[in-house]
Design a protein around this ligand. Sequence first.
Ligand SMILES: Cc1cc2nc3c(=O)[nH]c(=O)nc-3n(C[C@H](O)[C@H](O)[C@H](O)COP(=O)(O)OP(=O)(O)OC[C@H]3O[C@@H](n4cnc5c(N)ncnc54)[C@H](O)[C@@H]3O)c2cc1C
Length: 447
Amino acid sequence: MEEKFDVIVVGGGLAGITAALVCARAGLETVLFERGEYPGSKNLSGGVLFTPVINQLIPEFWNQAPIERPVTKKLFSFLSRERSLAFEFSSREFAKPPYNNSFTVLRAKFDKWYAEQAEAAGAFIINETVVDDVIRDGERVVGVKARRDEGEMYANLVIIAEGANAFLPLRMGLREPFGPDDMVTSAKEVWSLPAETIEERFNLEPGEGASIDYFGEGACMGLLGAGFVYTNKDTLSVGIGVNVGDVMRRRIPPNNILDWFKSHASIKQLLKGAKLEEFSAHLIPEYGYKKFFDRYGDGYLVVGDAAGFVNTSLYHEGTNYATASGLHAAETAIEAKEKGDFSKDTLKSYEKRLADSFVLQDLKRFREVSSFMHRHPEFLGKYPEEMIALAERYFTVSGEPKEKILKRAVRGFTSKLSLFKMTLDTYRLMLKVLGIHPTWFIFPPKK
Ligand SMILES: Cc1cc2nc3c(=O)[nH]c(=O)nc-3n(C[C@H](O)[C@H](O)[C@H](O)COP(=O)(O)OP(=O)(O)OC[C@H]3O[C@@H](n4cnc5c(N)ncnc54)[C@H](O)[C@@H]3O)c2cc1C
């Protein structure tokens, strides 16, 4: 009779490794398949890893893990072609453990280390092996078909953690094919610079880091998307993420958008003297809550990006949903093992765990982000453009009295924009994209 595991995990990213680590620690026989040379070798993230779950599983992991820098400074910058307007937030609190649970990382290093922790806990990791399909017995998933000799392997539970492409859920008939507007395509480069130059250029204390998100015409040529620069130890992660549908409609390849972004004076200055080390491209699911599909069934659970767990609001978070869903899948596996029942009926408690945690609560709150931004591209175009133009007029020094300059600045602004519409749109933006109900400022929420 063929060998049978308790759990097979497909994909060695943050979601899959978390699931494997927790299952193995609980004594479940766990095997993880990773198609790359090692976990992390195919993984790409702009760089900020959010770590509440990792810190819970490996307390003070930053003392041993290959993190780059804790993020103590966050900037949001609007770029027009020639000008920029930025908001900066920094906190000394974020420079103390647990460092606001936000670290820049290079995933090729971090995921490798994280997978070693799962291996040390007893998980069996098989690299360079693609899983092509699941094996079914009737409706029940009973194993996977891996692309290797004797590649059929059996388990009570298959945890699907294969990231954004989510081919297995498609093959299993769980989801429809993605449409272009469901995905973001991203292009990212890593540039090397001496650590001291990074600290000087970004005005950082030694060892601390910054994340900067860029919006507007100067960042993504007016397409729906954003640019980013994150500081690593002695490299910078520089990239853009743009809606695939918008890329197709405008017929602009993502690489051209990245070149455009890097040619902006603000970015050029940050990259001065830096050396290009690597380039990569990847997809990010942004279909969100409204298009979620069944994430559990007889013998299987779906976690992380494969389940569409990404928050594309201003937070730009996916790593914390990946680790949290991996944890909840593992907790469900442990419960199922104790009951000796891996049926849909038992595995549905995964859904309850997600609903009780920040995973589904956040993703529900921010469910309108993508459709809102599609309906209101002016938030990434016309509005920041006019804000920047207003700032330029406001700060212009001439021989004229200030009142005259200010009146002209406001006149220029109101001639281009309807204040009524902008106020209404901003109200909707706060509600749907920032997640803040504007009335909370008048009637503060009780809890
Ligand atoms: C450019 C970019 C920037 C980002 N920036 C941030 C950020 O700053 N902060 C943040 O929180 N999130 C960010 N994200 C999102 C974040 O990277 C993801 O949400 C997170 O990595 C999801 O983890 P995962 O384990 O679900 O999937 P992944 O990390 O994609 O891992 C999936 C793994 O499965 C493997 N695999 C796939 N198919 C198979 C198969 N058939 N068989 C075997 N193995 C397979 C892959 O090789 C990979 O190792 C960014 C994403 C991108 C692309």
